[in-house]
Design a protein around this ligand. Structure first.
Ligand SMILES: [Zn+2]
Length: 311
């Protein structure tokens, strides 16, 4: 972006365009700052030791107790001070550990701030790989990274890792090829709480990042794993959407399975992307799931891309 502006500035007659471009970017930056200015962090206590923090971006999980503070995901960098202030109201102890449920910017945006403050960042191996290089989210035609060193996980794992903290055993389980290729689901055994990251969008069609090897089948497999370790009293934190439970997670599974089956039948009949979207394979679920940030046609396209990749 800088080089474009510099080049344009070389021509006298182009000065106006350069000025206009700078004004445009400044306006965009101001709008971005404004957007975060209004965000408040809402804290909900789920169990004696576990809290849900909601602001802008992915839901944050916090375990606080005698051993210190353990945080799951960190939203956006401009919110770090507010997130830390919310945590301070829960505990005076330092944030020892931060786990990223996956590499996306709305879950890892605060990493650099936490890393610089001495928090140990933990993630699945592929999160480290994605954050160290320039990585696109193809569906949104956006590029991210590479992240600065302080933002990178210092401890990574392949299949799972268990934390013995605050009287609980919390296991981060890798859910392969689900929302991305580096998803972790965090299961607090004693508290009976699960943070699913973006393998679960509660009440809205999920984004599935097929460009970094996410897949609908992987998301369904992730859901099945969580259904197997939870009961009717479990508290389930989705990546986006309100706090949830097993019954709602089952409904989410039902939606995914049906839409996946509808789209698979169309792909097998050699329908094109445009034909699949036009066939409205999500129709019966749109009233309940189609009012989030992904519109029904966008979700149909994502499912098509996932199915087409596996055929
Ligand atoms: Zn995500």
């Amino acid at each position: 972006m800088v080089s474009l502006v510099e080049n344009v500035r070389e021509g006298e007659t182009m000065n106006f365009i350069a000025t206009a471009l700078i004004a445009l970017f400044s306006a965009a930056a101001a709008a971005q700052a404004d957007r975060f200015d209004k965000v408040e962090i809402k804290t909900t206590q789920l169990t004696p030791n576990i809290y849900l923090l909601e602001g802008e971006g992915g839901n944050i999980g916090v375990s606080a107790g005698d051993d210190g503070v353990f945080v799951i995901d960190d939203q956006f960098a401009p919110l770090t001070a507010r997130i830390l202030a919310a945590i301070k109201k829960i505990s005076d102890k330092p944030v020892r550990l931060l786990i990223n449920t996956h590499w996306h910017f709305d879950h890892t945006g605060g990493n650099e701030n936490f890393g610089n403050a001495g928090t140990v960042i933990v993630a699945q191996d592929n999160v480290y790989k994605r954050l160290t290089v320039k990585t696109p989210i193809e569906f949104f035609k956006a590029q991210y990274g590479p992240s600065p060193r302080a933002a990178l996980p210092v401890l990574t794992f392949k299949d799972n890792v268990t934390f013995h903290l605050n009287g609980d055993e919390a296991t981060a389980l890798h859910a392969p090829n689900a929302h991305t290729d580096g998803d972790a689901i965090i299961h607090f055994r004693n508290a009976n709480v699960v943070h699913m990251g973006d393998t679960y969008f509660n009440g809205l069609y999920p984004f599935i990042d097929t460009g970094t090897n996410g897949s609908v089948k992987g998301v369904i497999a992730a859901v099945d794993r969580v259904l197997a370790i939870t009961d009717d009293t479990s508290k389930i934190i989705p990546g986006h959407g309100p706090l949830s439970n097993k019954a709602e997670l089952k409904a989410y599974r039902g939606m995914l399975v049906k839409v996946h089956a509808n789209v698979t039948a169309l792909v097998k009949a050699k329908k094109t992307l445009a034909q699949v979207v036009a066939a409205k394979p999500t129709r019966e679920f749109d009233a309940q799931w189609g009012n989030g940030f992904l519109k029904p046609d966008q979700f149909a396209e994502i499912v098509y891309t996932s199915v087409a990749k596996s055929h």
